[in-house]
Design a protein around this ligand. Structure first.
Ligand code: SF4
Length: 318
């Protein structure tokens, strides 16, 4: 029975790891399951005033990435022999402008860990120059130190998407310590951090999920997210399969209660059930995508702005 946990949440108490594990253990489809989804949905409808949010992400490069994550279509082992592709700066600026014109509130520029840090700042400055002042510019890049975080800010970035992944150091070539150092650099530079519990697979325990729901509490996070791992055919982790939409909604609800995000709660892949379980924000995606084998994800898995808007409307987010 989870009533006392939901009651304490409603009274403003921060939930503990034990609370979150209890919420994550509730059987899918039970009365408690729907009570959990209802509490998260109620929180988000009120906190976000019924408004859905659209973000847009542009993947800038396709090149064998040395971090070699076992779920990623851009990993060095997966991309052996591929000819690197880097999106042209002018083309990127054009795309970013189109996304903003279409109603996207935050524009993300994503790269592999191979992308030149210096060159990335050029992209940031050029994109910032064409975005309206009220559209945020967010970096999604490899690890960096505080000096580089300050340079990102000076180039016009308002925030950074960075996370400690589930299975970091085991299923990826990055260490938890390196990831945390970057998270600390984001905070020290006064940038907004965008956090996500990802990439969630069937093997992850409730305890692992709860730990990653609680980690961002010590950082300036306004936007929280959950993302299931996509089983990209040919990647080492694909045989482990994917979690169900019902389970993702449960995790989405628990993460919403864990973090009480102030600006938005996001879900990957776009999912209607999660939009009734705390999520109110979706991405339009173009260019490279670690979850896609299509070089231009807008022709593959990636949603367009119109797709994302239509799904938000279906769940009655305005
Ligand atoms: S997920 Fe990111 S860091 Fe990992 S291999 Fe893919 S591009 Fe590199």
């Amino acid at each position: 029975m989870i009533e006392s946990i939901l009651e304490r949440f409603a009274q403003g108490e921060d939930l503990t790891k034990e609370d979150l594990c209890t919420l994550l253990r509730v059987p899918v489809g039970s009365r408690d399951y729907y009570n959990l989804l209802a509490e998260a949905n109620g929180y988000s409808r009120k906190a976000f005033e019924g408004k859905g949010l659209l973000f847009g992400q542009i993947g800038l490069d396709i090149q064998p990435c040395r971090i070699n994550c076992k779920f990623c279509s851009l990993a060095a082992d997966f991309l052996k022999g591929c000819t690197p592709f880097i999106r042209d700066l002018d083309d990127t600026v054009q795309l970013a402008k189109q996304l903003a014109d279409a109603g996207v509130r935050d524009v993300f520029l994503m790269t592999t860990a191979e992308f030149s840090q210096e060159r990335y700042l050029d992209y940031g400055r050029a994109v910032r120059a064409v975005l309206p002042d009220d559209v945020r510019l967010v970096a999604n890049v490899g690890d960096f130190d505080e000096a580089y975080a300050l340079r990102l800010r000076d180039a016009g970035f308002t925030g950074v998407y960075h996370i400690c992944r589930l299975g970091e150091g085991v299923d990826t070539g990055a260490s938890v310590e390196t990831r945390v150092r970057t998270l600390d650099a984001v905070k020290a530079a006064g940038l907004e951090l965008y956090y996500c519990v990802e990439p969630i697979g069937p093997e992850h325990t409730d305890e692992q999920l709860a730990d990653e729901m609680l980690r961002p509490r010590q950082y300036p996070v306004g936007v929280m997210a959950v993302m299931k791992r996509t089983a990209v055919p040919g990647t080492p982790l694909a045989p482990r399969g994917e979690i169900s939409a019902a389970r993702l909604a449960q995790i989405c609800a628990a993460a919403t209660l864990a973090m009480r995000p102030k600006r938005a709660m996001c879900v990957h892949e776009p999912d209607e059930l999660c939009l009734m379980a705390g999520a109110n924000q979706l991405y339009a995606e173009c260019g490279a995508n670690p979850r896609d084998t299509e070089a231009e994800t807008s022709k593959g898995r990636g949603f367009s702005v119109e797709d994302a808007r239509a799904m938000l409307r279906k769940a009655e987010w305005s």
